[in-house]
Design a binder for this molecule. Structure first.
Ligand code: ADP
Ligand code: MG
Length: 307
């Protein structure tokens, strides 16, 4: 059945039935003018939003509705992970073309709701509108986990080691961009056991995102080509540096913490941590030390050699 043959109220009632809120922090979920939440004990609240637009961030023919809903939630969860946080409550505003079917929208909502719940967050409300393109806009609340509060992009210091989680590149071809795991467990491990000096998630590609972290921290960086954990075989360096939507964590640690992390027995179930380079003085800029031992200037689209 197409949406054109149903009502907004019927859709919202379907969403309400699909929603399973557990935990004592939600005093009232879907159904009133606003959700009611119990204020958390955390010292720092995190609040983020990310929007997915049909044609820009996904194509209806390339992704299942569950995957689209999942991705819309996961990109927000990844932002909370990147701050060293735990996600708590989400609201989802959706624009739905009336040609869509009710079962499509049911799957879309299931993707958002289950993904939130699987990572410890509750979907407590939203807004539903008719629109020409499918649009999903989620806002997500979270709380900083670590004793020092949230981890910013701006704390990296010369001498710090640079790390990433997981493997980089090829996210579109492998469909990782739809099915990636937001690195919440990894972030929690890091902020509980170490003192990350800076952290962010990788959405635009390592070289572009490293440039942002370096600018925020007013530092330079040298990456080691042979240390890049590429997810692809062909043109692996270019893929690791330039491909977008990895949704891995990029973070920096003091030399001492880096040595500890490298020496620890890797916790089961966490993505690997790879040490990929070093923070240097700002005047040295951003460089790649190639496998052959040459230094190349990193640009935000990769390194100059490939241009
Ligand atoms: P109002 O017009 O007062 O904003 P709505 O009719 O839009 O109320 O929403 C009624 C309830 O349904 C609210 O609790 C709202 O949060 C919830 N809701 C509406 N759309 C969604 C959605 N897409 N996902 C989750 N909850 C939704
Ligand atoms: Mg409303």
């Amino acid at each position: 059945m197409r949406l054109s043959r149903t009502s907004e109220a019927a859709l919202i009632e379907m969403f309400r039935r699909q929603t399973h809120v557990k935990g004592s922090s939600v005093l009232l979920g879907i159904g009133d003018d606003a959700a009611i939440l119990r204020p958390p004990k955390a010292r720092q609240l995190l609040f983020t939003t990310d929007m997915l637009i049909e044609g820009r961030h996904f194509h209806l023919k390339d992704a299942a509705p569950f995957e689209i809903g999942r991705k819309a939630m996961a990109v927000n969860l990844s932002d909370i992970a990147a701050m060293g946080g735990r996600p708590t409550h989400a609201v989802a505003a959706v624009g739905l073309p009336s040609k869509l079917t009710v079962s499509f929208v049911k799957e879309l909502y299931r993707g958002m709701e289950e993904t939130a719940r699987n990572f410890g967050a509750a979907l407590v409300g939203g807004d539903t509108n008719q629109s020409d393109l499918l649009v999903l806009s989620i806002a997500l609340l979270g709380e900083a986990i670590g004793p020092r509060g949230a981890v910013r992009r701006s704390g990296a210091k010369p001498g710090n080691a640079i790390f990433v989680t997981g493997r980089l590149g090829g996210s579109y071809a492998s469909k990782k961009h739809l099915n990636f795991i937001p690195r919440l467990k990894e972030a929690e491990h890091l902020v509980k056991k170490y003192k990350p000096t800076a952290m962010m998630d990788l959405s635009d590609g390592l070289s572009a995102d490293l440039a942002k972290l370096a600018a925020a921290s007013r530092v330079g960086a040298v990456l080691a080509e042979d240390a890049l954990p590429s997810a692809v075989k062909k043109n692996s360096t270019k893929a690791a540096l330039s491909d977008g939507e990895d949704f891995e964590l990029l973070f920096t640690l003091s030399a001492k913490d880096a040595a500890r992390l490298t020496a620890e027995k890797h916790p089961k179930g966490l993505a690997p941590f790879s040490r990929i380079g070093t923070i240097v003085d700002r005047r040295l800029g951003l460089r790649l030390k190639t496998t052959g031992g040459y230094f190349k200037k990193l640009s935000s689209t990769g390194f100059d050699h490939f241009k």
